[in-house]
Ligand binder design. Structure first.
Ligand code: UDX
Length: 462
């Protein structure tokens, strides 16, 4: 390290606050960039996709997330938030560079594709024209941060000092802005006191509310993220495994979840039985974790996650079986699917259980009519042959069976009287355990749900 590097702290050139760049403007990056602008920072978002950058620069969000469009328009309008495809511009602009590019599941494999993160870190390290901090936010296999720091040191310009930290993100879709502005904890993995100081400055607002700030090493920070998602996935599959039991012996899965949830050590959240977890994080993260742990020679350590994944996927089979039981041959039958996003308040259909089920029913010969309040367009890109309509009424019209697969409020609030004159047969499958069975049965509907024993079936136990 030269005397100049050592003696020159990472400070903004012009004003008192560090300038931020966010590299990768997908879900995580766009939310982080707009939220940091809301906290008063000048922010530059960077992406290799010029179409996305043009849209964001005009204040247009390429996906649906409650509250984010408003923030984007507000801060692009005020000039506090800008977007570019130029890494050179980012290197000149930023004091702190957040890496928020994706780590998708590799095609045909279970491990994470690290190529976008590697490219982003080397590019920004090479472009930084002054001392700066690179902060990884993407979800990565343990061991990556240390290697990426080494890569950044290789690529940096002479006379420039690059500090490095890993700061995983825990935002949930549907609550992304809230989770970013008011996180329940901040986790920072670094060996650099300067990184610690700068990140406390960036997150001063949350820290002023006593948000826990966990300063740790790279490996712990990386593991915290995957451990949290693995735990959540396990919790969902745990209750869904009990669904398989109540489907056989009887019992009420919702009451079971409520009763164990009152134990503060267990907690009621993430114990909603149904079609299971999907989305861009939980499924890929548990697979990537197993792959990484296997590479480390600890194949058996995370093998329970294989079962978590299988339980989750079996829930989709169960819905298809319930439909088969109700309809027999599916050819020519009309099935209404309510909800295709992986969860409500999102237009995301990545690894969506609901859309997977809809596609499988179509493949089995049914005519599948779909309505999702926000995800029709994204669903149609993946399954163009389903029949997409714009309302619950249109979806259920003349249906042989109605499937509620994503618990949007509008579907949760649905009453038998709202749709009973529209359907061909009064049959409904509640894939999310959100309807009142008694109301539907009293109105003459054949009612099925995940975790619910099919009436008239003998238990397999004596
Ligand atoms: C998740 C983590 O919660 C978040 O901390 C991380 O940063 C990214 O991954 P997200 O993918 O937005 O967030 O969705 P989440 O709310 O966790 O739900 C995941 C899936 O589990 C959804 O498909 C949801 O429908 C399902 N789920 C959730 C259940 O099936 N039952 C439950 O009780 C809870």
């Amino acid at each position: 390290m030269t005397a100049r590097e050592a003696g020159h702290p990472i400070r903004p050139l012009s004003s008192g606050r560090p300038k931020l760049t966010v590299i990768g403007t997908g879900y995580l990056g766009a939310t982080h960039a707009a939220s940091m602008a809301e906290l008063g920072f000048e922010v530059l978002g960077v992406d290799v996709d010029p179409v996305k950058i043009d849209a964001l620069s005009r204040g247009e969000l390429p996906f649906y997330e409650p509250g984010l469009s408003e923030l984007l328009r507000k801060h692009t309008g005020a000039g506090r938030l800008r977007f570019t495809t130029s890494m050179e511009e980012a290197g000149v602009f930023g004091d702190v560079h957040f890496i928020a590019v994706g780590t998708p599941q590799k095609a045909g494999e279970t491990s994470a594709d690290m190529s976008y993160v590697t490219a982003a870190v080397s590019a920004i390290a090479a472009a930084a024209t002054r001392n700066s901090l690179i902060v990884g936010k993407s979800t990565v296999p343990v061991g990556s941060a240390r290697a990426l720091n080494a890569l950044a040191q290789q690529h940096k310009r002479q006379g420039v000092r690059i500090e490095f930290a890993w700061n995983p993100e825990f935002l949930r879709e549907g609550f992304a802005v809230e989770d970013t502005l008011r996180p329940d904890r901040l986790v920072v993995g670094t060996d650099s006191p300067e990184a610690d100081r700068l990140l406390r400055e960036v997150y001063a607002d949350a820290l002023s509310r006593d948000t826990p700030f966990i300063l740790t090493d790279f490996e712990t920070a990386e593991l915290v993220k995957v451990a949290a998602n693995a735990f959540l996935a396990t919790k969902i599959s745990f209750i869904n495994a009990f669904s398989e039991v109540t489907e056989t012996v009887g019992g009420d899965i919702r009451t079971l979840a409520d009763a164990i949830g009152y134990d503060a050590r267990i907690g009621r959240r993430f114990l909603n039985a149904g079609v299971g977890f999907g989305g861009g994080c939980l499924p890929k993260d548990i697979r990537a974790l197993q792959a990484r742990i296997g590479e480390l020679g600890l194949e058996r350590t995370m093998s329970f996650l294989d079962e978590v994944d299988k339980i989750n996927l079996r829930r989709r089979d169960r819905v298809v079986h319930l439909v088969e039981e109700l309809l027999g041959d599916m050819n020519g039958k009309r099935i209404a699917v309510l909800g295709t996003s992986f969860k409500p308040d999102s237009d995301d259909v990545r690894d969506s259980p609901a859309l997977d089920i809809a596609g499988r029913l179509y493949t089995a010969g049914a005519e599948v009519c779909v309505f999702d309040p926000k995800a029709n367009e994204n669903s149609a890109k993946r399954f163009p042959r389903l029949d997409y309509v714009d309302s619950t009424e249109a979806a259920v019209s003349n249906a042989d069976v109605v499937l509620l697969l994503t618990e949007w409020r509008t579907f949760k609030d649905m009453k038998p009287g709202d749709i009973e004159d529209l359907v061909k047969h009064r049959r409904i499958i509640d894939g999310r355990n959100v309807l009142n069975r008694v109301d539907w049965e009293n109105a003459g509907w054949t009612f099925r749900a995940l975790g619910l024993k099919v009436p008239g079936r003998l238990a397999d136990v004596s």
